[in-house]
Design a protein around this ligand. Sequence first.
Ligand code: ADP
Length: 299
Amino acid sequence: MQQTRVVVVGSANMDLVATASALPRPGETVLGDDFVMVPGGKGANQAIAAARAGASAAFLGAIGSDAFGVTLRARINAAGVDTGQLRVVYGTSGVALVMVSADGENAILVTPGANAAFTELTEGELAAVREADVLVAQLEIPVATVTEAVLAARAAGTRVVLNAAPARQVPDELLAAVDMLVVNENEAQAFTGRGRDDPSALLALAPRAVLTLGAEGAWYVERGTEAVYVPAVRVDAVDSTAAGDAFTAALAVAWGEGRDLLAAVRWAAAAGAACVRRLGASVALPQRAEIDELHARSA
Ligand code: ADP
């Protein structure tokens, strides 16, 4: 089978993750336990997830001219993602300072760095979008950049999957060009004022949508048909970080491969479940064989 071509336009951050028995209060210094540095940002995560799920994946985004940028490119590329068009912007890379306490509480501070400077797509970037089977975008980079990519995709017949996270104001022309919206309950509330009680409210925004509910599964809605509930695949959950990224990317890959949408949503649920079995974000994103295995077990 020919690999489906997925282009992800979005953010890349270096996640600096420190663990301690308790989080510091303002003004306090706490001695921590462990420290890890891992690539993050929804864009980079979803590009890595798409490659692992079996797509030919390319990432369009911006890294800084600092050491984090060098590491980010190397790590994203080593995960099998084409980073040939990843921009280097003079200045700092996006960074997430993450503190995690022993009881699982966290505090996160994100500085967007180069992500904020990712504006006006180049001809090469637009060509990549036009040539893709599926474009995947989120809202962690300037909305104007997302809109430009989505409109180019729309005009070229590239399918558009928008993971509208984090929730923020978006222009109508952006939503009008989206084929499939993926949101969790917080985001659904922000966009429609409705949650799981009314997943079909999302159809005012896009012709198809998925409302994800963590361990409680997901709703798939499509204009003109009944809403369908897709249960979560049961696993021993360790860390829910990036479940939505694994889900969105797998959905895009399966749809690009020509599966029917409900089948694609079920396969994506297996990807989300596979992701929560391991600690960490990008390092927990599942390979295709793992997704297939969980999917087969749940069928
Ligand atoms: P987000 O990370 O964007 O908030 P969710 O937490 O809703 O996204 O997760 C996306 C999907 O991943 C869910 O709809 C579900 O299919 C799967 N998933 C998430 N958490 C679990 C879990 N604990 N067990 C099984 N599947 C899960």
